[in-house]
Design a binder for this molecule. Sequence first.
Ligand code: KIV
Length: 251
Amino acid sequence: MKDQGRKITMITAYDHPTAALLDAAGVEGILVGDSVSMVVQGHENTLHVTLDEIIYHAEMVGRAVEHALVVVDLPFPANHLGVPKAIEYGGRILKETRCQAVKLEGGAEQAEVIRGLTAAGIPVMAHVGLRPQNVHVMGGYKVQRDEERLLADARAAEEAGAFGIVLECIPSAVAEKITATLRIPTIGIGAGPGCDGQVLVLHDLIGLSTGRLPKFVKRYADVGRIIHDAAAAFRDEIREGTFPGEAQSYK
Ligand code: KIV
């Protein structure tokens, strides 16, 4: 798609019905992100989801998807435990789910792990710029502006064998430069329109997440409101005695 100048769409999913809907809508990539820790499990950051938990979600997603490429995040701190551990974790993900690739946060300092995983037959998507698993080191979720380092990270990930790369929260001009430099596709989130594709967290995109949204999010629906109103209407009808009616009752 990059070679043809066609933009790539990626959205996160964590369960079977949602993944089936996204696949049917024609997105090319589905990410079982460690964002599940925040938007589904209710934690304050992405550090809490375990390998077994992400496999549980990836299994559901993998069973639903017929067309899209499904990528699964290596949960913290899997890619910092050395190549054998990363292969063990990545291998479990590919073996126990129907998903096809893993994503790991990091560029240059993760090159050895990317190389090891790729050599073991586990396709890797890299993730540079803002790395949410590094939140405590970075001192919060901030735009990353060190152009030299960002370019070096992206190049190192490509050289190590990554098939694609997420660019998170970096200036548009830098993302454009990286995109023009690399042969592999760049998937942006808060990285401007010059990337080869875009990814958003599903719950942000459909209006199901709580709290303040990052600047880079655009809401395409208000599903939170729809669920709230449906639950309230159900409650009202029960209180009024209009549910269940004849149509929902047996003779
Ligand atoms: O976990 C996630 O959802 C991600 C995206 C924000 C790219 O890594």
